[in-house]
Design a protein. Sequence first.
Length: 262
Amino acid sequence: MKVTICSLICLLYSILSLNATGQNVSRKKWKLIWKDEFNKNIIDTSKWHHPKRSHPDWCQYQSTDPRCTYVKDGKLYLRGIVNDDKTKDPAPYLTGGLISEGKFAFQHGKIEIRAKLECAQGAWPALWLVGEGMSWPDGGEIDIMEHLNHDTIFYQTVHSPYTLKGNTKNPPQGGIAPLDTSLYNIFSVEIYPEQIVFLINDQVTFTYPKLASGPKEQWPFDNKFYIILSQQLEGNWVGKANPSELPVQMIIDYVRVYEPRK
């Protein structure tokens, strides 16, 4: 049997994820409180707005160009394209995204996002949560899914003042899991007062616990979080884009948010 490097890495991270909790994950039942099924032919501006272009890698090419972010046939399309008109915008590429900041945020609940990812060199689609009303990283960041290039794995990670000080192994701050990019997959996170549980297609892939005797900065995850959906291109992590492989897109079927059922 052929054993690939990716499969060995996935096995290692699965072991680390189990060691992070030391026990079975206690799961809850959920009540739907917010959703976007993208059944209209327009973006629902009561729920979303476009991220602003800025210096961080993930938003360096963000654009309001309608070719990059649109709804069609019950799906949200977020695309990365070559900029073919630099007279108005000098950026080499344009990328699409939506953000719920100032419109919706939730605390201690579950989010599910059903999406299909296309692959290209330099493509970096991501689904993530950021602390509402707080500066980064003080409010924490929860990366539901990040995918690079043509990889057959994806990443799930947390960020906080604690992890940025190099505390990435106690507990492990992230995990990876296999990914079939030819299919739609449901990427999920469940946020509890004592742990964050990451899933794909309702299978637990990684758990990040609150340390019983850890510093306060290790757990900034009790506040509310808003949602970011972004089809990114380029950056220090993912590398340079290959324009011959563009356009590339992430197609999102729905976003659903739940609270624990009482």
